[in-house]
Design a protein around this ligand. Structure first.
Ligand code: NDP
Length: 314
């Protein structure tokens, strides 16, 4: 048995992060044979786990740490963790709110600009030597258009500030109106989609939002409007999205997240009306460092006081 506390880590995060975590505690890495052996021998001593959006933390893994009291999640989204089981067992959970808002909003707006103005498609066009022999098609104006946000929370509000600089009208759909903003609230997602020129998805993933951007919402968005998803792939019915693109029911899509990452449907690869990024909305040096620092601050807080620094309400 070790004198230092033993902490479960569900998956590797970054070399510097993993090294700093190992300075704070002994670590049982769930992805190595040695870590799994430690879980078998000492799992009952573990009170804290470090999770991340990229690594599933399911009930089977939780069963191996029956005395778990807290999970420090690297990332603001925690749909990769079985929160129903955590809640049933009275286990606390923290995430990394706030520190990634700017970079995620930046990437969301980059996808809005890109899918409407076709910069990446234009780059491919130039590099293929097509400029001259051919003309690049006209694109869609962004400034002054209607930006709809599904899930106007921390990141959505920063995105709205970006969009205000482009003279865009802002509308949103949450489960209830947010009294801190005076943007146009739509009680029904389908009404927001009807209104918007570009619909940006920024609500949490998980069962409550699974597939809510469905064929009906995409049809309401319409053939001159665009979808951008930087939240979670699970929120959008991916088969319905592909069908909507293929039939021209919507004008295009900018996607950072997918139903089955890293498997991006081949049907999307060849399309110039689609911009694809590999789940990188928070992936800048500065923001990943800040997310790691906040996760480690939660670890330190729990080890010192038994309480997390930025807990979420489960
Ligand atoms: P917040 O919790 O601040 O905002 C989420 C918003 O979604 C809230 O305004 C909430 O309002 C709304 N919402 C929740 N459930 C529903 C629902 N069922 N229908 C409609 N609206 C809903 O979260 P953040 O802004 O910090 O982050 C948003 C999400 O972005 C994260 O959960 C994460 O999955 C994703 N993300 C993706 C990243 C990437 O790399 N691509 C990076 C960071 C985050 P209300 O409660 O009133 O409904």
């Amino acid at each position: 048995m070790s004198a230092r506390p033993l902490v479960l880590q569900t998956g590797p995060i970054a070399p510097w992060f993993d090294a700093r975590l190992a300075e704070l505690a002994d670590v049982a890495p769930a992805w190595t044979e040695e870590g799994r052996a430690r879980l078998s021998a000492e799992g009952a001593t573990i009170r804290l786990a470090v999770g991340s959006a990229l690594h599933r933390f399911d009930a089977a893994l939780m069963d191996r740490v029956p005395n778990l009291r807290a999970v420090a999640n690297f990332g603001v989204g925690y749909d990769s963790t079985d929160t129903a089981t955590l809640k049933a067992r009275g286990v606390a959970l923290s995430n990394t709110p706030g520190v990634l808002d700017d970079c995620v909003a930046d990437l969301a707006f980059a996808l809005v600009l890109d899918v409407m103005r076709r910069t990446v498609a234009g780059d491919r066009f130039v590099r293929a030597g097509r400029w001259g022999p051919e003309r690049f098609p006209l694109t869609t104006r962004v400034s002054g258009k209607r930006l709809g946000v599904l899930g106007l929370g921390r990141i959505g509000k920063v995105l709205a500030r970006r969009a205000a600089g482009f003279d865009m009208a802002i509308g949103y759909h949450n489960r209830r109106p947010d009294p801190s903003v005076d943007f146009l609230f739509h009680d029904r997602l389908v009404d927001l989609a009807t209104w918007a020129d570009v619909l940006v998805v920024l609500c949490p993933g998980g069962e409550a939002t699974r597939g809510i951007v469905n064929a009906e919402v995409l049809a309401a968005l319409g053939p001159r409007s665009y979808l951008v998803n930087v939240a979670r792939g699970s929120v959008v019915d991916e088969a319905a999205l592909i069908a909507a693109l293929e039939s021209g029911a919507i004008a295009g899509a900018g996607l950072d997240v997918y139903a089955d990452e890293p498997n991006v449907p081949k049907a999307l690869w060849g399309r110039d009306d689609v911009v694809l990024t590999p789940h990188v909305a928070s992936a800048t040096e500065e923001t990943r460092r800040a997310m790691g620092d906040l996760t480690l601050a939660n670890v330190e807080s729990f080890l010192a006081t038994g309480r997390l620094k930025t807990p979420v309400a489960l």
